[in-house]
Design a protein around this ligand. Structure first.
Ligand SMILES: *Cc1c(COP(=O)(O)O)cnc(C)c1O
Ligand SMILES: [Zn+2]
Length: 436
C-alpha cells in the first residue's frame, strides 16, 4: 500500500473506523480498507464501519439547515459524509432522484402508500453514482493518481463518469459479458477499460491485486468501506422526501415502514441501513424501517446465509439474467445480513422470470423503466405482498437501482417485438383491427 492521507482528509465528524469482525477501532485518517484481524480474503474479511460523533453533529447542524440547503445533490448531507470538503465531490448532480407515490401500483397490489425511488435517474443512470462520487472525492483529497474498480458494470460506469467530471484518471475491470450499454459508458467517459475474460468475482480479485501492485486507490465494493457512506445518501433522501410529503415531522425527515432493495454484493442494502441508522442516531427519524433484500434464485448467496442463519455466505455459481446482482461470493455480506437481521426485515429470493416480468408493471403502472436488477426489488415486493409480509396501510419504498436503458435486450425480451407496417393509412387501420 502506498501513499498516506493528510489528517484533514476525512469528514470533521468521523470518529473511527470500527471493524465489524473484531470490534477494534482504527484511526479515521488511516489508509486501511479492512482490519487485518482476518487472514481470509473475500466474505470473511474485517470489514470496517465508519463511525460519527452524532452528538456533535446534532449540536452543530439543525436538520432544517440540511433540508433548506440549495444544493439538491448529496453534498447537502456533508456533515454525514467522510470527506473534508464538500467541494471535493465531482461537479455532477448525484442523487436528488425522484420519490414518487405510485398510485396505480398501489391499486394493483392492494397497498395505499407505495413509493418508488428512481435511482436510475442519476448521472450515469444507477445508484452507484452515490458511491463513486465519494470514491473520487476521497481519491482527490488523498492525492491518489489513479482510482480503480472492479464492477459488474454500473459501479464502473459511475466511476468513469465521476472521474471524467473531476479529471481523475480511472481504471476499470469488468467481465467482458457486461451489457453493451454499460461498456459504451466506460469507453465514452474515457476510462481505461480492461474487460476480463471471466466473471465479476475474477475481475474483483484482479483489481485488488493490481491496486496493491501499482498503488492505485481501490473503489472495490465491500472492500472500500467508504462506499457505504455514499450509498446511504439514498436513505437520507427517502426520509427527507417522505418528511416533506408527510407534514408531520418537526425535523423534516420521516422513515417509511419498509424498504425493498435488490442485493448482489450487499453493499447497497448495507448503505440503506447505514443511512437510516445515522438519522435515527441523530433523532431526525423516530423509527428504523424494516429492510427487505431481494436476490435472484440464480444468485442467492446472501439469501441462503440468512435462511440458514450463517455469518458468512457459501459461494454460489451465479447465473441470473440480472447482471448487476450476479455475484458468486458476495463482498459486503456482513453489512447486508446486519441490515436485515437488525431491522426485522427479510431476504426474499425470486425467480428470474418474475424479475423480468416485474419490468412491465413498474413501467406501465409506475412509469419507471428499470434494468433487471432494479426490477428485482419490485418483484420482491410482489412476493412480500403475496406472503403477507407488508400491510396495506404501510408506507413502503421500492428502490429502482438502475435505469432500463442499461440493458434493452432484457426489456425487449419481456415487452415483445415491435410491429412493422407499410406507411399507409389502410395498413394502420388493418393493424388496429387485427391487433397483429
Ligand atoms: C450494484 C447494483 C445492485 C446490487 O448492489 P450490491 O451492492 O451489489 O448488492 C442492484 N442493482 C443495480 C442496478 C446495481 O447496479
Ligand atoms: Zn478486525
Amino acid at each position: 500500500m502506498t501513499g498516506s492521507l493528510p489528517t484533514s482528509s476525512i469528514g470533521p465528524f468521523v470518529t473511527n473506523l470500527r471493524c465489524l469482525r473484531c470490534g477494534r477501532t482504527i484511526e479515521p485518517t488511516s489508509v486501511a480498507y479492512v482490519c487485518n484481524c482476518s487472514p481470509n480474503a473475500g466474505s470473511d474479511m474485517g470489514f470496517l464501519n465508519i463511525e460519527y460523533d452524532y452528538a456533535a453533529i446534532a449540536a452543530a447542524v439543525a436538520p432544517t439547515q440540511i433540508t433548506a440547503d440549495p444544493d439538491h445533490a448529496i453534498g447537502r448531507y456533508w456533515p454525514l459524509l467522510p470527506i473534508a470538503d464538500r467541494r471535493s465531490l465531482p461537479p455532477l448532480v448525484v442523487g436528488a432522484t425522484p420519490l414518487t407515490h405510485a398510485r396505480r401500483l398501489c391499486d394493483s397490489l392492494g397497498l395505499s402508500r407505495l413509493y418508488v425511488k428512481d435511482d436510475g435517474r442519476n448521472p450515469s443512470a444507477s445508484l452507484k453514482d452515490r458511491a463513486s462520487a465519494i470514491a473520487v472525492a476521497r481519491a482527490q483529497e488523498g492525492g491518489w493518481p489513479i482510482v480503480a474498480t472492479a464492477s459488474t458494470g454500473n459501479a464502473a460506469a459511475a466511476l468513469a463518469s465521476q472521474a471524467a467530471a473531476a479529471n481523475q484518471p480511472s481504471i476499470i475491470f469488468v467481465p467482458k459479458t457486461a451489457p453493451q450499454a454499460k461498456i459504451a459508458q466506460l469507453l465514452v467517459f474515457g476510462a481505461t477499460v480492461l474487460a476480463i475474460d471471466g466473471v465479476y468475482d475474477q475481475a474483483f480479485d484482479l483489481c485488488m491485486e493490481a491496486c496493491a501492485e501499482f498503488g492505485w486507490y481501490n473503489r472495490n465494493t465491500g472492500y472500500n468501506p467508504y462506499m457505504t457512506e455514499g450509498k446511504k445518501t439514498v436513505s437520507f433522501e427517502i426520509a427527507e422526501q417522505l418528511g416533506f410529503a408527510a407534514f408531520e415531522t418537526q425535523t423534516g425527515f420521516a422513515a417509511p415502514d419498509a424498504v425493498f432493495v435488490s442485493v448482489g454484493d450487499g453493499s447497497i442494502v448495507g448503505g440503506v441501513h447505514k443511512g437510516f441508522k445515522d438519522l435515527l442516531a441523530l433523532g431526525w427519524i423516530a423509527k428504523m424501517p424494516r429492510i427487505y433484500g431481494v436476490q435472484s434464485k440464480l444468485s442467492p448467496a446472501i439469501y441462503q446465509a440468512w435462511r440458514d442463519d450463517r455469518v458468512i455466505p457459501e459461494p454460489v455459481q451465479a447465473t441470473t439474467r440480472a447482471d448487476s446482482i450476479s455475484v458468486d461470493a458476495p463482498r459486503d455480506a456482513v453489512k447486508a445480513l446486519n441490515a436485515i437481521r437488525q431491522t426485522g426485515g427479510a431476504f426474499i429470493a425470486v425467480e428470474d422470470d418474475a424479475i423480468l416480468a416485474a419490468i412491465l408493471p413498474l413501467a406501465r403502472l409506475g412509469a419507471v423503466f428499470a434494468e433487471p436488477a432494479g426490477a428485482t426489488a419490485f418483484a420482491g415486493l410482489q412476493q412480500a405482498v403475496a406472503e403477507g409480509l407488508v400491510a396495506p396501510q404501510e408506507t413502503i419504498v421500492v428502490i429502482n437501482t438502475g435505469n432500463g436503458l442499461k440493458d434493452v435486450s432484457a426489456a425487449i425480451q419481456v415487452a415483445g417485438g415491435v410491429r412493422v407496417i407499410e406507411p399507409s393509412i389502410s395498413a394502420v387501420r388493418k393493424a388496429l383491427q387485427t391487433g397483429s
